[in-house]
Design a binder for this molecule. Sequence first.
Ligand code: PLP
Length: 368
Amino acid sequence: MACDFSLQTHQGIRDLQPYQPGKPAEEVERELGLSHTIKLASNENPFGISPSVKKVLQTALDCAELYPDASGYRLKHALASKFSLSVDRITLGNGSNELLDMIARVFVTAGDEVIYSQYGFLAYPIITQSLNAKKVEVPANDWGHDLPAMLTKVTDKTKLVFLANPNNPTGTYFSCAELTSFLNQLPPHVIVVLDEAYTEYVQLDDFPNGLKLVDQYPNLVVTRSFSKAYALAGLRVGYAYANEQITDLLNRVRQAFNVNALALAGAEVALFDDAALVKAVDNNAMQLQRVCEGLNNLGIDTIPSIGNFITFVCPDNDGLGLYNRLLVRGVIVRPLANYDMAHCLRVSIGTPEQNSMFLKVLSEELGS
Ligand SMILES: *Cc1c(COP(=O)(O)O)cnc(C)c1O
């Protein structure tokens, strides 16, 4: 009898279900024999990498035989200059997902409690469980974070709280006043991870800017990503902003070369490519509204979103059925059964043409 290696690990890992990413277009095309699919499944920037970023990537390729700058000096200084940050408080990650993992590894051990919201980003329970810590999932309020209820779940075992603003997959958000009220009431030793992966898309006055709160709240760690509005999902780069001591602790577990040379070079240029960012943000503002109205006109309920995606309730509550019907027509969206939302699907906001295609195919599938 072969050895059962699952017994060599802890219960958390034994019971873990791997994260299911959006299906890559190439895979769908290969499996279904399609040629022109549109991927609206992973909230990527539909306009792709900008010409100025492409150019610097070409240059970076010329020295890709060398290890990257382990300190990320240039990108950190670029971030500090753009957002008026202190360089000693920045940690770079292989995508912000790596940072979420690092933060938890630094502060959470088996038996500790980690709080997050129902319908919160799936990385939070996965990371928590991978450390054999206790998942404290707090029921959502209208699909969004119920911050006051989350406060009531804090115990002396609570080490960390994950918040996503806006949240994925629901697109909900909490205001600056709600966030600061939460932070003011939280015991000061509990680490708060504020995941701002979609913040660049938000255009609301009452929306908090986590970077501006780190001075005031030493237990706050803000994470951001180059994968969404900055269009670098394939390169894997994100950053965290937190007080110096937390940053130092994160740096102890960080793999020296966690961000590769192409990602460092591309992110530095993307950060200052204002035209590309404005294009993505403006398109999203118009098209989010249009897709939402398009869905509502088909009699479909939507969860109000401020991200670059929208989650909707499927007719007959059959998310997987509709997902598959769209898939064979070459439109890839995201099933949400993993989130206990099997009756919903999430669609990313694409270019105007992609959105037209999505709405057309959807209305044909619903009519047939
Ligand atoms: C996409 C996403 C991320 C970003 O992940 P990267 O590792 O930076 O690509 C983080 N948090 C949420 C909520 C997301 O949806």
